[in-house]
Design a protein around this ligand. Structure first.
Ligand code: ZN
Length: 276
């Protein structure tokens, strides 16, 4: 059935990561946006865990000290693995595909009909229970999506809008945070689900405030498209674990990219022109 097939593709597409149902204005190419376009995307000095735990120089140390130049970047230290998709610290964006591209989590758990990594499932159950106990209506809209599902979704958008427009609303397969099993979209079942106005709902304000305590951050904050590659998605929660999520919030870094000491990812790397 042509109609139901198209409708199903559209539904999947709406749920695609970056999962924004609203197409951002095509007249605003991300490449032309200055990296410092928003005051929310400032570049504060990120407190370095390594520096905080560094032991003081022992008295009488004979080593010849060099000039001390403070490093404003987070010290590598025992750096969480930003590249390994199995790590909860992994950073996936338009410049950092999953490696391998069709990577899948070794284990997934179901929470209210949506799949995610076991540690994410446990944290999300806690978050949902606490929110609901506080009288906040909240539900899961989307969880894990495989490479194949994302490929289908993205192809549907490309067929409908062309690649440039598709890239503004849907992640290419291998580039979706939902493929890591660490991302969930939440809503309240109302008209603001998967829309920017979700930020103003009781559920939206609750997850923004209390999410980090459960390990979740708003992955695509407002005004940070030049860094994250996506418009504001107040419904898209990324699990980092309570410790790292809290550290991100306290650091004042606007985005996971900045917090992780990684360059902005406003768009996909340019491909060589094909002439065939
Ligand atoms: Zn999402």
């Amino acid at each position: 059935m042509g109609w139901s097939r198209a409708a199903a593709a559209l539904l999947l597409a709406v749920l695609a990561a970056g999962c924004a149902p609203e197409t951002p204005p095509p007249s605003a190419p991300a490449t032309s946006v200055p990296a410092t376009s928003s005051p929310a995307v400032a570049h504060p000095t990120v407190a370095s865990p390594a520096a905080a735990s560094a032991s003081p120089t022992p008295p009488g140390d004979p080593a010849h000290p060099g000039p001390e130049v403070p490093d404003p970047r987070p010290a590598p230290g025992p750096r969480p693995d930003l590249d390994d998709p199995a790590s909860t610290a992994v950073v996936v964006n338009k410049r950092r595909p999953l490696v391998p591209a069709d990577w899948a989590p070794p284990a997934l758990q179901d929470v209210e009909g949506h799949r995610m990594r076991p540690e994410v499932a446990a944290a999300l159950r806690g978050l949902l229970a606490e929110a609901r106990a506080a009288g906040v209506p909240i539900r899961i809209v989307s969880g894990y999506r495989s490479y194949d599902v994302q490929a289908e979704t993205y192809a549907g958008w490309v067929a409908q809008l062309g690649q440039a427009e598709a890239d503004a609303v849907s992640a290419r397969p291998g580039h979706s945070e939902h493929q890591t099993g660490l991302a969930v979209d939440v809503g309240d079942g109302g008209p603001c689900d998967l829309r920017e106005c979700f930020a103003g709902t009781a559920a939206g304000t609750w997850v923004a405030e209390h999410g980090p305590r459960h390990g979740f951050v708003i992955r695509y904050p407002q005004g940070a498209r030049a860094t994250t590659g996506y418009a504001y998605e107040p419904w898209h929660l990324r699990y980092l674990g309570p410790e790292r999520a809290g550290a991100l919030v306290r650091s004042g870094a606007g985005t996971l990219e900045e917090f992780s000491g990684l360059p902005p990812a406003p768009d996909y790397p340019a491909e060589p022109p094909r002439d065939d």
